[in-house]
Write a protein that binds this ligand. Structure first.
Ligand SMILES: Cc1cc2nc3c(=O)[nH]c(=O)nc-3n(C[C@H](O)[C@H](O)[C@H](O)COP(=O)(O)OP(=O)(O)OC[C@H]3O[C@@H](n4cnc5c(N)ncnc54)[C@H](O)[C@@H]3O)c2cc1C
Length: 337
C-alpha cells in the first residue's frame, strides 16, 4: 500500500509512488517544495520529519549533519518514506496556495461532442467556487475509494460551470456510466484541483501546445485564459486526432486563429477517412512539430494526451534542443483501481 504524506503547515496530502523521493512525489502532485541540487548536496530541501520513518538515501555529510538528523531533519530530495509521514517545510509556487476541496456537483448538461467524447457541465453548490489554475484536473470520486481524473476544460475565471471532456473507454467503470445510464441532474462528488500541468505566465517564450484527443481539454483552459489576459506570446496548437470527427472542437480552435493574430491552429489527423476529404496535415502529432521546427531551444512545450504520445514528444523534443524545464505535460494514465 502506498504511504501517505502530510505536509505541515499547509495540510496538503498525497500518496507516494514506488521509487520516488518526497520531493519528486510532492512535485508530481503539484506541490513544489523548496529545493535546488536534487541530489543531496546543497541542503536547500532540508525539512523536519514530524511523524513516521524515512530512508534518508544518499547525501553529502555537509548537507545534513548527524545532529540535524538526530533533531528530526531530512533532505527531501533523497528521503523516501518507510511509513506514512508528516513533514514540515515551506512550499513554493502557485499550485500550493490553492486549497484542495471535496465537493458535490450536479451534472447540468451533457453534450455529445464526438461519437466517443461527452462534454459535462458540472454545477457547484450555491455560493461555492473552485479555485484552480488553467490546466489542472479534478478527481471524480466513485464508490469504494476509486477515483477517476479529468482535466478542467474551462478557464479558471469562467467558472459558472466546470467543464469536462470525457472520452469513452469501452468497459471503463466510470466512462461506461457517462455514455450509458448517466442523465442530466446526476449528483457526483469530486476533489481538486490537482496537478502541476498549468500555464506558467512568468515567461514570454513562444508556446507549442501538443494535444492528443481529449488532451485538448486542459489546453483549451490554458488558451482561453491566455486570450482573456491578452497574452502577447506566440502560441501554436498542434491537435492530433484519428479522423475529422475526433477533432471535436476544431471549429472553435479555427475561430481563435481568426481572432487572435498570435495564435495558430494546426490539426493533424493520423487516420483521415475518405469522407473527411482532408486537405491538412497527416501523421503523428509530435512528428508534425518536428517537421516544422529545426530547433526547439527557445520554446516552451505543453503536451497532454495518451502517455505514449507525451513520451514520444518529450524525448524527441529534448533531442531537438528543448530544455527539460521547458517541457510540461499531463499524461492520461489509467487509474490503478
Ligand atoms: C491527470 C489526468 C487527467 C485526465 N484528464 C482526462 C480528460 O480530460 N479527459 C479524458 O477523456 N480522460 C482524461 N484522463 C484519463 C481518464 O482518467 C481515464 O480515461 C478514466 O479514468 C477512465 O475511467 P473508467 O472508469 O471509464 O475506466 P477504468 O475502469 O479505469 O478502465 C477500464 C479499462 O480501460 C483501460 N483504460 C482506462 N483508461 C484508459 C484510457 N484513457 N485509454 C485507454 N484505455 C484505458 C484500463 O486499463 C482498464 O483495462 C485523465 C487522466 C489523468 C491521469
Amino acid at each position: 500500500m502506498p504511504f501517505q504524506v502530510t505536509i505541515k503547515p499547509s495540510g496538503h496530502q498525497f500518496q507516494m509512488e514506488a521509487g520516488e523521493t518526497l520531493l519528486e512525489s510532492a512535485a508530481r502532485e503539484g506541490f513544489t517544495l523548496r529545493h535546488s541540487c536534487r541530489n543531496g548536496a546543497c541542503g536547500s530541501c532540508k525539512g523536519k520529519i514530524l511523524e513516521g520513518q524515512v530512508d534518508y538515501g544518499q547525501y553529502q555529510a555537509n548537507a545534513l549533519s548527524e545532529s540535524e538528523k538526530q533533531a528530526g531533519m531530512a533532505l527531501f530530495c533523497t528521503a523516501t518514506p518507510l511509513s506514512d509521514v508528516m513533514i514540515e517545510c515551506k512550499e513554493v509556487g502557485a499550485a500550493r496556495d490553492i486549497p484542495i476541496k471535496t465537493m458535490p456537483c450536479r451534472v447540468q448538461t451533457m453534450l455529445r461532442l464526438a461519437p466517443d467524447v461527452m462534454e459535462l457541465h458540472l454545477k457547484l453548490p450555491a455560493n461555492e467556487r473552485l479555485e484552480f489554475l488553467a490546466g489542472q484536473y479534478i478527481d471524480i470520486l466513485l464508490k469504494d475509494g476509486k477515483r477517476r481524473s479529468f482535466s478542467l476544460a474551462n478557464a479558471p475565471n469562467d467558472d459558472a460551470f466546470l467543464q469536462l471532456h470525457v472520452r469513452h473507454v469501452p468497459g471503463g467503470l466510470f466512462t461506461d456510466t457517462v455514455f450509458g445510464q448517466m442523465e442530466e441532474k446526476t449528483i457526483l462528488r469530486f476533489d481538486g484541483p490537482h496537478g502541476s500541468f498549468y500555464l506558467r505566465d512568468d515567461s514570454d517564450k513562444p508556446i507549442l501546445f501538443m494535444a492528443g484527443g481529449t488532451g485538448f481539454a486542459p489546453i483549451k483552459s490554458m488558451l482561453e485564459q491566455a486570450f482573456q489576459t491578452h497574452s502577447k506570446r506566440q502560441m501554436v496548437l498542434y491537435w492530433g486526432a484519428h479522423s475529422l470527427k475526433d477533432l471535436y472542437m476544431g471549429q472553435l480552435a479555427g475561430q481563435w486563429q481568426e481572432t487572435h493574430p498570435n495564435f495558430t491552429f494546426i490539426p493533424v489527423l493520423s487516420e483521415p477517412q475518405p469522407e473527411d476529404h482532408w486537405p491538412g496535415r497527416t501523421g503523428l502529432v509530435h512528428q508534425a512539430i518536428l517537421d516544422d521546427f529545426d530547433t526547439l531551444e527557445g520554446f516552451q512545450v505543453y503536451a497532454c494526451g495518451a502517455p505514449q504520445m507525451v513520451e514520444a514528444g518529450r524525448s524527441a523534443f529534448l533531442a531537438r534542443g528543448l530544455p527539460e524545464e521547458a517541457f510540461f505535460a499531463d499524461a492520461f494514465t489509467f487509474s490503478p483501481g
